[in-house]
Design a protein around this ligand. Structure first.
Ligand code: I3P
Length: 104
C-alpha cells in the first residue's frame, strides 16, 4: 500500500516530546514490513532513499480516538518510543492503512 498521508510527530525516541510538531504531507510506502516515508512520490521507489524508514516489527497501530482536532487519524507506536500520528484522506483509507500496517 502506498499514498499520501499527513504526519505529525508526537514523541521522539525514549518518549520525549517531539520538537517539530507540525502536520506535513508525505508519500508513505509500505514495503513488506517496512514503512518508507518520502517528501513526494519518487519516480523509482527502490532507488530513492526515504527520509524516514522504520520496521513495523513490534509496533502498535490504532485509530487515534483521543485525537479530536482532525478526522481519520491513526497512531503508530514504535518500540524505540517514537510516536507518530497520520491523517488519511477519508475513513476508508484510514481503516485500510491500519489493516495493512497491522498485517505487515
Ligand atoms: C504546531 C502546529 C500543530 C500543533 C502543534 C504546534 O506548531 O500548530 O498543528 O498540533 O501543537 O506545536 P508549529 O507548526 O509552529 O510547529 P495540533 O494540530 O495537534 O494542535 P502541539 O505542540 O500542542 O502538538
Amino acid at each position: 500500500k502506498a499514498g499520501y498521508l499527513i504526519k505529525k510527530d508526537e514523541e521522539k525516541a525514549n518518549g520525549q516530546r517531539a520538537i517539530d510538531r507540525s502536520w506535513r504531507k508525505y508519500y508513505v510506502y509500505l514495503w513488506g514490513t517496512f514503512v518508507r516515508i518520502y517528501k513526494s512520490e519518487p519516480l523509482d521507489v527502490h532507488h530513492v532513499p526515504p527520509i524516514l524508514q522504520f520496521s513495523m516489527d513490534k509496533t502498535i497501530v490504532n485509530l487515534a480516538v483521543d485525537y479530536t482536532k482532525r478526522r481519520n487519524v491513526f497512531r503508530i507506536y514504535l518500540p524505540t518510543g517514537h510516536r507518530y500520528l497520520f491523517q488519511a484522506e477519508d475513513r476508508d483509507d484510514c481503516i485500510s492503512w491500519i489493516e495493512n500496517l497491522q498485517s505487515s
